[in-house]
Structures are given as structure tokens and as C-alpha cells.
Design a protein around this ligand. Structure first.
Ligand SMILES: [Ca+2]
Length: 436
């Protein structure tokens, strides 16, 4: 006959052991995300959990990361508040400016608001689930981005006393692109460690961790740039006029070369140079005029996905801090070759190139892009391509796809990393196939 007292004792011990294992797994995963790999990978055959235990593990992780992500919001909220103070200060300066004044500020605020990025819909109640905690952080990030937009617009106005439309429209916003970890993936209970829902859950936690970390860095970076650029250089550079229509000396468009090449019907092997799309289908045009900003720091490739200033706001008149504390200004580059190569390409650095291409009518156009090494391409503010992150040689047709363009000018932003050795990127555009 079993000894009831002994049985109780064993039960208690096994309960304590289970609890200790569960807490260790959760703490282990919380402190060392790589432990997540144990869930759902080969080694996991060692771990056998009942569906209830799987749920318990997931719930533990959800609770831990919800707190961690809410902590992220708590950390960046003061940054948001500082950005808001800078915004109030810039607005105050516009109001006090004898040539601008309160009515000007009202229209500037109204026009700026039309360019703001929409907030993501938050769950109800707010920040109740782990996914809401992620969205809460994202919401604060976007408040910072939108406030930064207002500040740059106000500073444009103060600097150049342009009309409201110009002051606002000169600010180009490319919002930081985030990958939402996904409410479904985060909130679905897996039945076992082998359940695909567990793999999706794991991936979602990882994505959320990465994005929350990037949002923290981005918030601080935005504030630093706003503070650093607070003392503006004087002068009123007519960026828009110089850029779209070429410099006064007629250097930037080279229409003769374009006409001659088209007339020959023999485009150079690397395509025709230009920024105005007017070729025949199948004729590639490489973008030959760029504004370039860099190099930014990427030691040990830690900034591989850090959003530097051009991913938030393109302000060609702004000076920012780059690698080794250098003061960087956008430089206008005209290159008679397909590949845009910085003359100074140190190891572990990042450059940005920004330009506009003119197309005669809206529709799909072919785009070919290549980079040495890691490249990212935005068209009209939308991230459309990321290359592989391995170090690789330049190939102009590394990526070829069709993208929508609007009639007239379209913005192109390229980000290129150099891991070591040479670097460079190219963007080529070809008209759509006939009949499309
Ligand atoms: Ca390289």
C-alpha cells in the first residue's frame, strides 16, 4: 500500500522541479534570446512539454516581452517630450519672426500635418497584449518622426522665408520602415514545440525584439540630429531649382549626349545616362546625377539596419555627423558611368544617394539595381528592395523588377554599405514593355 504522506511529498517535489524548469526556460529565453532556438529546433527533442506547458511557456514569454517592450516605450517617451519641446521652440520662432508670424505658422502646421505618417491602430485596451506593447512603442516613434518633420519645415521657413508650400515640401520624409511582428503570430497558442505556430511565435518575438531595439536607437538618433542641426548655416540655397533643372552652367543634364546616343540606336553597354526617362522599351537609363551623403559609421556592421538621417528626412541643406565625427553635407555628384562610387570608401561604412527621375507618364517601369555591399532601395519613400547582407561584388542587374512610378518626378533613395574593399551602387530604369 502506498504511503500517502510519501506520495504527497513526491508530488510536491515534482511540482517544485517543474516550476523551476519552467521559470528557468522563461528566464533563459528572456535573458538570452538565442535560447529561443531551443524551442522548435533539433535539440528540442530533448524537451517534451504538454500543450498546457507549451501555453504556459508562451504566456510567460508574452508577459516578459510585453513588460520589456513597454519599458522601451517608457525609455523613448522622454525623447519624444524633448523633440516636442524643440518643436514648440521652432514654432515660437516662426511666430516671433517679423516676416512669418502666427498666421504663417497656422498654415505651416496644417500643411505639415498632411505629410505626417499615420499612426498604427492600437488594440483596445491600449498595450494590453504583447502586440499592443509593440504598437505603443511604434506610436511614440511616429510621434517623433512627425514632430521632426514639423521642426524641419519650420526651420526651412526661418532659414529662407519661403512660402509655406515650399518650406514644407522641401522636407522629404522617408519614415523608418518597421516589420510588424504580427498580432496573430504573437497571440496564437502553439499545441507543441513542433507546431508551426511555435516557429511563427518565435520569429515574431525575435522581430519584435529587433524592431524595438531599432526604435530606441532611431529615437535617440533623431533627437541628436535635431539638436546638432539646431544652429543653422546661413544662406538660401535654391536646392529645388538647382536640382530639377540643372545648374546654371548647364552641367547637370547633358541633353546632347542623350540625343546622340539615342540617335545611334546603340546604347552604351551600361545604358544611357540621364534622369529623364524618354528612351524606347528595352533601353536602360542609368541615373547619373545624385546627391550623396556619407560615410556613416558601421563598425562590426552594428549599424547594418540603423536608420540614419536620410531615411527619416531628406533635407539637402542639413549638416549631419558621420563616421569619426565628421561633419557631412549632401554633395552633388555627376558621374558619367553607371556605378556610383564614393572616392573614399573605408571599411565598414554606409553612404546614401538621393535623386529624382522624371518619367513621361505614370505606370510600371523596370528598375535594375545593384550594390557592393549591402544595399537598400526606396522609390518614392517606400522601401522596395534589400540586397543580401553578405559581402559581394557589384552587379548592375543584381535585382530587376517592375515598380510603379508616378508621372513627373519620382524620388530614389539608395543606401549602400561597404564591408571592405571597393563599394558602389547603380540604379537603372527602362520604359515599360509596349502595350502596358
Ligand atoms: Ca565592398
Amino acid at each position: 500500500m502506498a504511503n500517502p504522506k510519501r506520495s504527497d511529498h513526491s508530488f510536491l517535489i515534482s511540482l517544485i522541479v517543474s516550476a523551476v524548469i519552467m521559470v528557468s526556460v522563461i528566464l533563459g529565453i528572456f535573458c538570452f534570446p538565442q535560447v529561443l532556438d531551443l524551442l522548435g529546433h533539433g535539440q528540442s527533442s530533448e524537451i517534451r512539454l504538454s500543450p498546457a506547458e507549451v501555453k504556459e511557456t508562451q504566456d510567460g514569454l508574452r508577459a516578459s516581452y510585453r513588460v520589456k517592450w513597454l519599458d522601451g516605450s517608457t525609455r523613448i517617451a522622454p525623447i519624444r517630450d524633448q523633440v516636442m519641446r524643440l518643436r514648440a521652440e521652432a514654432f515660437q520662432q516662426v511666430t516671433a519672426d517679423s516676416q512669418l508670424g502666427p498666421a504663417y505658422l497656422d498654415s505651416l502646421i496644417a500643411r505639415s500635418a498632411t505629410r505626417h505618417i499615420a499612426m498604427p491602430p492600437l488594440g483596445v485596451p491600449r498595450a494590453d497584449t504583447i502586440h499592443d506593447a509593440y504598437l505603443k512603442m511604434r506610436e511614440i516613434e511616429l510621434e517623433i518622426v512627425n514632430a521632426a518633420f514639423d521642426i524641419y519645415a519650420a526651420r526651412n521657413a526661418l532659414l529662407s522665408h519661403r512660402d509655406v508650400a515650399e518650406a514644407v515640401d522641401l522636407v522629404k520624409v522617408v519614415p523608418p520602415q518597421r516589420i510588424d511582428p504580427g498580432r496573430t503570430a504573437l497571440l496564437t497558442d502553439a499545441r507543441s514545440l513542433k507546431d508551426p505556430a511555435m516557429a511563427a511565435f518565435r520569429a515574431a518575438i525575435r522581430t519584435g525584439l529587433e524592431e524595438v531595439d531599432l526604435m530606441s536607437k532611431h529615437a535617440q538618433g533623431s533627437l541628436d540630429r535635431l539638436v546638432a542641426s539646431n544652429v543653422r548655416r546661413g544662406g538660401d540655397l535654391d536646392i529645388e531649382g538647382a536640382f530639377i533643372f540643372g545648374s546654371a552652367s548647364g552641367e547637370s543634364l547633358h541633353p546632347d549626349d542623350l540625343v546622340q546616343d539615342v540617335a545611334n540606336q546603340e546604347p552604351a553597354p551600361e545604358g544611357l545616362p540621364g534622369r529623364i526617362m524618354q528612351g524606347k522599351p528595352g533601353t536602360w537609363m542609368y541615373l547619373d546625377k545624385w546627391y550623396v551623403l556619407g560615410p556613416f559609421e558601421n563598425k562590426r556592421r552594428v549599424n547594418l539596419d540603423t536608420s540614419f538621417q536620410p531615411e527619416v528626412v531628406i533635407n539637402l541643406d542639413e549638416q549631419v555627423l558621420g563616421k569619426d565625427g565628421r561633419k557631412l553635407n549632401w554633395e552633388y555628384w555627376f558621374r558619367r558611368k553607371q556605378r556610383i562610387e564614393p572616392l573614399w570608401a573605408p571599411n565598414n561604412c554606409i553612404y546614401y544617394g538621393w535623386t529624382e527621375v522624371h518619367v513621361p507618364k505614370a505606370g510600371k517601369y523596370f528598375v535594375a539595381a545593384g550594390s557592393d555591399d549591402y544595399g537598400k532601395l526606396w522609390i518614392n519613400g517606400k522601401l522596395v528592395w534589400k540586397s543580401s547582407t553578405r559581402a559581394k561584388p557589384f552587379r548592375p542587374d543584381e535585382h530587376v523588377a517592375e515598380y510603379d512610378f508616378k508621372e513627373g518626378l519620382n524620388e530614389i533613395l539608395f543606401r549602400c554599405e561597404n564591408q571592405f574593399g571597393t563599394m558602389g551602387w547603380s540604379v537603372m530604369i527602362a520604359p515599360p514593355a509596349p502595350g502596358t
